[in-house]
Design a protein around this ligand. Structure first.
Ligand code: SF4
Length: 137
């Protein structure tokens, strides 16, 4: 394991991008930060800038207006970066996939490394998904 991989493994900083959604997935992601789930015990931290993050969490469907923003955020992140699609909408477009403004699932726009299904996924599922992602690094 190289030095970069060693550092990357233990302290993933996460940036949350919420597309067009019902906001339940956003609430579950934020719930991971509460003392009850305490995601920071795994070395994970939600950060306010994509430039500081190693992982991009994307939930909600991506519509035509979101697409350019998502690409912009992804481009701002230092590579290598891991992308996690959260929720049915993040993974496939979910209930919004038939809508006219839908621009495609996240993996049609940027490369996705992990999928956490559910509508919404529970905080336990989100944390388990990210921990599994860490194991692949
Ligand atoms: S997956 Fe379900 S809970 Fe999450 S944003 Fe879509 S509709 Fe809402």
């Amino acid at each position: 394991m190289g030095f970069k991989d060693f550092c990357f493994k233990k302290s993933l900083w996460l940036f949350h991008y919420g597309g067009a959604s019902c906001n339940n997935c956003d609430i579950e992601i934020l719930d991971c930060l509460t003392p009850r789930y305490d995601v920071e015990r795994f070395g994970m931290k939600l950060v306010g800038s994509p430039r500081h993050a190693d992982v991009l969490l994307v939930n909600g469907s991506i519509n035509k207006r979101d697409k350019d923003r998502l690409l912009e955020v992804y481009d701002q992140m230092a590579k290598p970066v891991k992308v996690v699609a959260v929720g049915a909408c993040g993974c496939t477009g979910g209930i919004f996939a038939e809508g006219i403004p839908f621009a495609g699932p996240v993996d049609k726009i940027i490369p996705v490394d992990a999928y956490i299904p559910g509508c919404p996924p529970k905080p336990e599922a989100i944390i388990a998904g990210i921990v599994k992602l860490i194991e692949t690094i």
